[in-house]
Structures are given as structure tokens and as C-alpha cells.
Design a protein around this ligand. Structure first.
Ligand SMILES: [Ca+2]
Length: 210
């Protein structure tokens, strides 16, 4: 039996070694395609088949590439697969060389450090997850530059004015975050990807662009 495992995959669409669509040479498989790799982990983790796709803010406009974040999550929110698709990216380590819109080792740590052997550390017990039900929280606009509306939080027992937990891409806590009028004021926040954590709900990622 394959144990559900948190995984972050990062691959450029112009990688000349580990090609995005895989490498087969004279009948020998050298590299699985990106889709094959991700589909393996979707199956292993029991994840839902449709990902949430978020544009990574294009903070470096002269690196020749942009990035998108694909997130697959299990229905209880306890397991996930993240895939950073680097459009135009080569055989690089984003954040060190190649794409500079995100930092590979930061997003890997931000994700994996929030898991233990049982999945997400902040994930409730199975009974809590059942109680939480299928309510979905949605954020808009995403990306945001001024205020980002959070729709559906009331179903989680969260009230206007409550403090909520937001982490940046490095996993750092953003201070003084509260729902004011059902929205987060992000007008002073730097460009980047953020994760909103709410009890009883899977983490929701959003982008801020200045
Ligand atoms: Ca870029």
C-alpha cells in the first residue's frame, strides 16, 4: 500500500534534460512525463482529480519565464500535491537560477513542514472533517491588490473580526490579519503567494500583486 505523501513537483516546460512531456529514446523510457508523475501522486494520495490553478505573480519580468501553481487536494483537505509549472523554464532551480518568480527551496519547505506522517498537521481528526462538511470557501479577486473577499467563511464558524492565519511563501506568519467586512486588507502586502489557514477547511492559496 502506498502511503499518502505530500509532494511538490517543479518542472520547466522548456527543460532540455527532463522534458515536460517525458523522454523516450529508441524505445527506452528515460523520464516520465510531468502528467504521469503527477497522476501517480494523485492516485497515491487519493486526491481529487481537478486541481486549483493559481498564477504565481510574475515578480521577475526579465527571467524569461512565468509560473503557475497547480494544487490537488484530498476531499478532507489532509493530503495534497503541489506542482509548479514553469512556462518557458529550463533545467533550472527557480529562485537560484532560471525562473526567479518563486524560490524552490522556500515553497518546498513551506509545504512539507506543515505535514507529518498522517498528512497536514493542522488537519482535523476525521470526525472533525466530517463535521466541517463540504463547505467551500472561495477568494476573489485572486490575485488581489487591495482587498480580497472571502466567501463562505461563516459556514466554518468564523466571524467577521476574527483573526485568521495567513502564511507567506516562506511559511512566515503574516501578523495582524483579521476578517474585516468579510475581506482581508492586503493593500500593504508585498507581491507574492500566500496561504490562508482556517480551522475545518483546507488551506486556500491566493496571490497579491502590486
Ligand atoms: Ca518571470
Amino acid at each position: 500500500m502506498v502511503h499518502p505523501t505530500p509532494v511538490v513537483t517543479i518542472l520547466g516546460t522548456s527543460d532540455f534534460i527532463s522534458a515536460y512531456d517525458g523522454v523516450v529514446y529508441e524505445g527506452t523510457l528515460y523520464y516520465h512525463s510531468n502528467d504521469e508523475v503527477n497522476n501517480y501522486w494523485i492516485g497515491a494520495g487519493g486526491l481529487e482529480e481537478t486541481p486549483v490553478i493559481t498564477d504565481v505573480p510574475n515578480v521577475s519580468t526579465n527571467d524569461g519565464s512565468t509560473a503557475e501553481l497547480y494544487t490537488w487536494t484530498s476531499s478532507d483537505g489532509c493530503h495534497e500535491l503541489l506542482h509548479y509549472k514553469v512556462n518557458g523554464g529550463d533545467h533550472d532551480w527557480p529562485g537560484t537560477f532560471g525562473n526567479m518568480d518563486f524560490v524552490s527551496h522556500d515553497v518546498i519547505w513551506e509545504t512539507l513542514s506543515q505535514h507529518d506522517m498522517d498528512g497536514r498537521i493542522d488537519c482535523g481528526t476525521s470526525s472533525t472533517s466530517e463535521t466541517a462538511g463540504p463547505e467551500e470557501v472561495t477568494l476573489y479577486p485572486n490575485p488581489a491588490s487591495d482587498k480580497i473577499q472571502i466567501v463562505g467563511f461563516e459556514a466554518l464558524g468564523i466571524e467577521v473580526g476574527d483573526a485568521v492565519v495567513v502564511r507567506d511563501m516562506q511559511g512566515r506568519l503574516c501578523s495582524d490579519v483579521a476578517l474585516r467586512g468579510g475581506a482581508l486588507d492586503v493593500s500593504e502586502w508585498p507581491t507574492g503567494l500566500y496561504t490562508l489557514h482556517m480551522s475545518g477547511h483546507r488551506p486556500v492559496r491566493f496571490a497579491v500583486e502590486r
